[in-house]
Design a protein around this ligand. Structure first.
Ligand SMILES: [Zn+2]
Length: 378
């Protein structure tokens, strides 16, 4: 049984092999847009998981890397373990951000977001296999290849696998000091275009319809729908309009960033955007875009899962907190289906997408230990 073992010390003893595997992942650079690079690491990952007895389904992609679905065990119920091995760092980043361990931190492109999470999953499964541990459910590891650009090629198949799952663990980096991420905001981008009527600014001012003035009034209104208490923010991010100062501008355009914490808020803002009416009835408004990622809500079913995870952490001797965050992940595609998610199960560290990206080495064993316990007891 798992409960009477200290898995943290088990992985402490195996930390060198974990770091070696991590080094291999980091040194095969995988920017989302470079299919052959991403597929190179994909082949390595597939072989590693297959060697542990997983069956492989490859979801072929013409442009992005092929997604990997690796299934372990049998049964009607399954746990989806979700992550991605594409990164935002171009090939060649290693020249300035090489793999290295300094002051107890392991550095390298994509290590924290989120190659470490896949390596942790591999070592958790390796322990399950080598120690003959039973799992209550089939384990389905879904390794995505285009998360960093919004998962256009993968979100549908992620949802198909999520629908068949009792729960999903997203192995993205932990928050702060190791907290799980139990909710994430959703968001998207709206574009508002205004068409007015051009006219000579001196001779025919009265017959012109000034698109910039119309847009300015709409911008103030849109921004005012922000509600910090509900976690809803709107930010008019760019505006463009006009040609020269002596012409009443006929065209103006704004792009608006929207973040929401709940599905009703996503629907409310979408409705408000679509129902915008011109202040000057002679102007015409066109709204495009929308909320592409629904919020990852903390479903009621996630609460007992969280408590269970916290109990497993306690048995390993550490406290596990939780946090709602603003940034999105593939977890956002899952809770809208009613499937509970625990996200941020991966490494403790810092610097996602930045040059100081790293994971904290002495927190690695406890994270893999937690995974072993969750995969065998949930
Ligand atoms: Zn990520």
């Amino acid at each position: 049984m798992t409960a009477d073992r200290q898995w943290t010390s088990y992985f402490q003893e195996r930390l060198d092999s974990v770091l070696e595997e991590l080094k291999t992942y980091v040194e095969i650079e995988t920017p989302t847009h470079d299919k052959s690079a991403v597929d190179r690491l994909g082949a390595w990952i597939a072989a590693r998981f297959q060697a542990l007895g997983c069956t492989l389904e490859t979801i072929k992609q013409p442009v992005t890397g092929d997604q990997l679905v690796l299934t372990y065990g049998e049964g009607d119920e399954q746990i989806l373990v979700l992550g991605h091995f594409d990164t935002v760092k171009n090939v060649g980043t290693l020249a300035t951000e090489p793999w290295r361990i300094e002051d107890g931190k392991a550095y390298g492109p994509g290590i924290y977001d989120m190659k470490a999470g896949i390596v942790f999953s591999y070592f958790a499964l390796k322990a399950i296999v080598e120690e003959g541990l039973a799992t209550n459910k089939k384990l389905v590891f879904y390794w995505n290849t285009d998360e960093e650009t919004g998962s256009a090629s993968s979100w549908k198949s992620i949802q198909e696998h999520a629908k068949r799952s009792a729960l999903a663990l997203v192995i993205e980096p932990a928050y702060g000091d190791g907290e799980l991420k139990t909710s994430r905001k959703g968001g998207g981008e709206f574009t508002l275009q205004v068409e007015g009527r051009a006219a000579h600014a001196g001779n025919e001012h009265q017959i012109g319809v000034n698109a910039i003035i119309e847009l300015a009034q709409q911008a103030v209104k849109i921004q005012s729908w922000t509600d910090y208490d509900l976690g809803t923010t709107l930010s008019v991010g760019t505006i463009k309009g006009g040609t020269t100062s002596n012409v009443v501008p006929a065209h103006a355009k704004a792009v608006i960033d929207v973040r929401v914490a709940s599905v009703p808020e996503a629907e409310r803002i979408t409705r408000l955007m679509q129902e915008l009416q011109p202040v000057d009835p002679r102007a015409r408004l066109t709204v495009t875009g929308g909320i592409e990622k629904m919020p990852m809500e903390k479903l009621p079913a996630a609460e007992p899962l969280l408590r269970h995870a916290q109990e497993q952490a306690r048995l390993e001797g550490f406290a596990l907190g939780e946090k709602g965050v603003g940034g999105t992940s593939d977890g956002n595609f899952i809770t809208v289906l009613g499937v509970p998610v625990l996200d941020g199960v991966g490494p403790v560290g810092d610097g996602a997408h930045a040059s100081h990206e790293h994971v904290v080495v002495d927190r690695i064993p406890e994270r893999i230990a937690l995974l072993v316990r969750m995969l065998t007891t949930m």
